[in-house]
Design a protein around this ligand. Structure first.
Ligand SMILES: Cc1cc2nc3c(=O)[nH]c(=O)nc-3n(C[C@H](O)[C@H](O)[C@H](O)COP(=O)(O)OP(=O)(O)OC[C@H]3O[C@@H](n4cnc5c(N)ncnc54)[C@H](O)[C@@H]3O)c2cc1C
Length: 493
């Protein structure tokens, strides 16, 4: 196994896309699951802290080491097996998401999860239960993981297949490949009824696979995944629609969203419904000068076209909504072919990417919310968040997954004082989201710097019960310690 010990050679392993910085003594590059098992067995004996690294596109410091060593999965990057009959694909954790999408397409198949950044690894996606724009129509990574192989912190191999192992009376019973048996007591609590990536997924009668999706590398190293694919849609349609009034943009998006809950005949079945506020559009205009400024809001939509004849029905119905909500019809961007579709995707990706670049350049940590609230509170929460940052005189951009009531408000501090004010406001926005029945994290997870906010969402008893699950699987607390939990969560358990 390649091991890098010269700090000059591993600087890029000490930070992620949030500009969160860490330190470590070495970076290890295993080339097989077996090497990982032997490595972890040894690390456990030495109580050596190990931080798992995917592609470092995470935005919560999850892959950033706090001492010890980094275990990079970049050499485990083989696509192992496609099964066209069952439409499944078995891959190693270091395969890049973009490659999975392209590979599936070459077989006429489609992998739906799209966490905006396609340079991430599939193992990182499963570890964070990544979602994104298409989660509106297709759900999150969890919905597409059929099987997992996991190396536990003691080096044991656990193979899990969806549908084979369910919790019974609030306990999960796991059997490792060696025959070792493990019982995990599951706490009883209610997860918020919104898209949620905060802490472990725990539900009555849950499937064991689901505990290991969204675990942020705290319970084991995912070394193989079997993914469910879908038939590739015949065609994809996308559009970006600009508005001269923010409220028109908001009402337009809300109107399209309500179609999915009203049982009426419609040609509109969106898989993505994304929103951009005026500040996002101004921010983006540097890279996309054709944005019709001073636009006050924009909505990006995507839809699969399974039968080409439905495209004209879709456009006819859409035009009614465009007129009703005063869209700027002079400046709608449509994508009917592959290359213009990619341009839309680039437009959506750019806002997140440019925010990350901004914070890296100013050398602050990213202050971007990941809160989600129930649909009925979405508009009120949007206004509340805006009022908070505007009252404090902070620059910001506000955009994201309207379809899931999940927008990211990114504060753009100009100096240290504004960063501190931004942090205080960020906390208030988390408190408000939880009070409304929402979550502090819809998709990015807790990582290292959202641990305080995680405490706003669940009681200390619930967090301790989650920590107990980790302690059973990782008694020496070597793996990704510092993600999700504080040291004190493990006291007296
Ligand atoms: C521009 C941009 C836009 C983004 N937009 C979205 C979005 O819309 N939706 C979204 O969900 N995310 C988004 N992200 C965040 C990020 O892309 C996802 O969190 C992604 O899933 C992380 O994958 P990674 O391989 O980079 O993981 P890393 O950042 O390397 O790691 C993330 C976490 O997973 C753990 N981990 C990684 N691999 C494994 C493994 N094999 N086994 C166990 N644990 C592991 C790490 O230790 C860490 O805790 C965005 C990021 C960027 C930069």
């Amino acid at each position: 196994m390649i091991i890098k010990t010269d700090p000059e050679s591993f600087q890029s392993y000490l930070r992620d896309a949030s500009n969160f910085q860490g330190s470590c003594d070495a970076v290890y590059f295993p080339e097989s699951a077996n090497e990982i098992a032997l490595f972890l067995k040894d690390a456990q004996q030495k109580s050596l802290p190990v931080t798992i690294a995917g592609s470092h596109t995470g935005v919560t410091g999850g892959s950033v080491p706090n001492g010890g060593v980094v275990l990079s999965l970049e050499k485990l990057n083989s696509v192992c097996k496609i099964n066209c009959k069952d439409k499944t694909l078995t891959v190693s954790p270091g395969v890049i998401l973009a490659d999975i999408i392209t590979y599936a397409q070459s077989y006429g198949l489609f992998y739906p999860p799209d966490p905006t950044e396609k340079n991430c690894f599939i193992g990182g996606n499963a570890a964070t239960n990544a979602s994104g724009a298409r989660s509106y129509g297709y759900g999150s990574t969890r919905d597409y993981v059929n099987e997992l192989e996991i190396i536990l912190p003691d080096g044991e191999l656990l193979c899990l297949k969806r549908g084979e192992n369910f919790a019974v009376q609030n306990e999960l019973h796991l059997t490792c490949q060696s025959g070792k048996k493990i019982t995990l007591p599951l706490p009883q609590f209610e997860m918020p009824k919104v898209k949620n990536a905060a802490g472990y997924f725990i539900q009555e009668n849950m499937d064991a696979v689901d505990l290991f999706i969204g675990q942020e590398g705290t319970l084991g190293v995912i070394t193989s995944l079997t993914l469910q694919l879908l038939p590739k849609p015949e065609k994809m349609f996308s559009a970006v629609i600009f508005f001269n009034k923010e409220n028109d943009a908001f009402e337009f998006a809300a109107g399209l969203k309500s179609l999915s809950t009203r049982h009426i005949e419609t040609a509109i079945h969106l898989r993505a419904l994304e929103f951009f506020d005026e500040h996002s559009l101004t921010f983006l205009s540097e890279k996309f000068p054709r944005i019709p400024l001073p636009a006050k809001g924009a909505v990006l939509i995507e839809q699969d076209i399974h039968v080409v004849s439905t495209e004209s029905d879709l456009l006819d119905e859409l035009s009614i909504y465009l007129q009703k909500h005063n869209a700027n019809e002079e400046a709608i961007w449509f994508a009917f072919d592959e290359s213009s579709f990619r341009e839309m995707q680039e437009f959506r990706h750019s806002i997140s990417y440019m925010v990350n670049e901004y914070v890296a350049e100013k050398n602050y940590r990213k202050l971007g919310t990941d809160t989600v609230v129930p649909d009925e509170h979405f508009h009120g929460y949007y206004q509340y968040c805006k009022a908070m940052v505007e009252h404090a005189g902070l620059l910001y951009v506000y955009y994201g997954h309207f379809g899931n009531s999940h927008l990211h408000l990114n504060i753009l501090p100009l100096n240290e004082q504004q960063f501190e004010t931004g942090k205080t406001i960020y906390r208030e926005l988390c408190i408000k989201a939880v009070a409304l029945g929402g979550t502090v994290s819809g998709e990015h997870g807790i990582g290292k710097f959202k641990r305080d906010y995680f405490r706003l969402q669940y009681s200390s008893a619930t967090i301790k019960a989650m920590a107990k699950i980790k302690k059973i699987l990782d008694p020496c607390l070597i793996l990704n310690t510092g993600n999700i939990f504080f040291d004190e969560d493990f006291e007296n358990i």
